[in-house]
Design a protein around this ligand. Structure first.
Ligand SMILES: CC(C)(COP(=O)(O)OP(=O)(O)OC[C@H]1O[C@@H](n2cnc3c(N)ncnc32)[C@H](O)[C@@H]1OP(=O)(O)O)[C@@H](O)C(=O)NCCC(=O)NCCS
Length: 185
């Protein structure tokens, strides 16, 4: 059997596996590796560890989304947002999303003893709505099933990303004036 046909057969077999069994199959697999294995995600993107030189890229994408959203809510000016970004950004927890050799976005995920936290996810406009966000979130949900830890995140109230989170089964478990606190378990 050729390599292509063998890979095809593996994908077909994986698609037939009920989702709740996949974490068992991939018990030792790291989150970023799963993206390369899963049939729907494999051809789309790769993840690499962030370098110091990625800081400007990450900050630009963060401000591009957050500034207009928060301006509409009358919250945080640009200087506050930059300070916020500096405080939250942890390079060691950041992965850069690479599509065809081009840096297309980034995400920051933390994991404690109690939960998995999606701190940030930002994708360049040209690469949005192609399924990358769904794919990365599904990896986190798979990790959540493996570890039996909930996944938590904050989303600004008027951010259309909340539609995606709800579609994947996240529930609103708290809120303040500007943000919703969502959890998947
Ligand atoms: C949110 C984000 C990471 C999702 O990644 P993605 O690769 O675009 O996600 P997918 O293609 O898997 O799913 C897209 C879904 O997200 C939702 N969505 C996200 N942003 C949207 C927008 N600007 N307009 C409309 N729908 C949007 C929709 O439900 C959409 O589904 P649809 O295309 O079927 O209508 C990406 O859109 C992004 O970087 N947005 C700007 C940054 C941001 O808001 N980050 C989240 C902070 S909590």
């Amino acid at each position: 059997m050729g390599v292509q046909r063998r890979i095809g057969a593996i994908y077909t077999a994986l698609e037939a596996v009920p989702p709740f069994l996949i974490p068992v199959l991939y018990e030792d697999t790291q989150i970023s590796q799963i993206s390369r294995i899963m049939p729907t995600c494999a051809p789309i993107f790769e993840l690499r560890n962030a370098r110091d030189s990625d800081y400007g890229f990450a900050e630009r994408l963060y401000l591009m989304t957050m500034q207009p959203l928060l301006r509409r809510l009358g919250a945080l000016n640009k200087q506050d947002l930059i300070a916020n970004f500096r405080r939250l950004y942890q390079r060691d927890d950041v992965k850069i999303i690479v599509v065809g050799g081009v840096d297309a976005g980034w995400l920051q995920v933390g994991e404690s003893e109690r939960e998995i936290s999606l701190y940030q996810i930002h994708i360049e406009p040209d690469y949005r709505r192609r399924g990358i966000g769904t794919c990365l979130l599904q990896d986190l949900l798979m990790r959540s099933r493996q570890t039996r830890k909930p996944v938590s995140l904050y989303v600004v109230r008027n951010n259309p990303a909340s539609v995606l989170y709800e579609r994947l089964g996240f529930k609103v478990v708290g809120e303040d004036e500007t943000k919703l606190f969502m959890r998947w378990e």
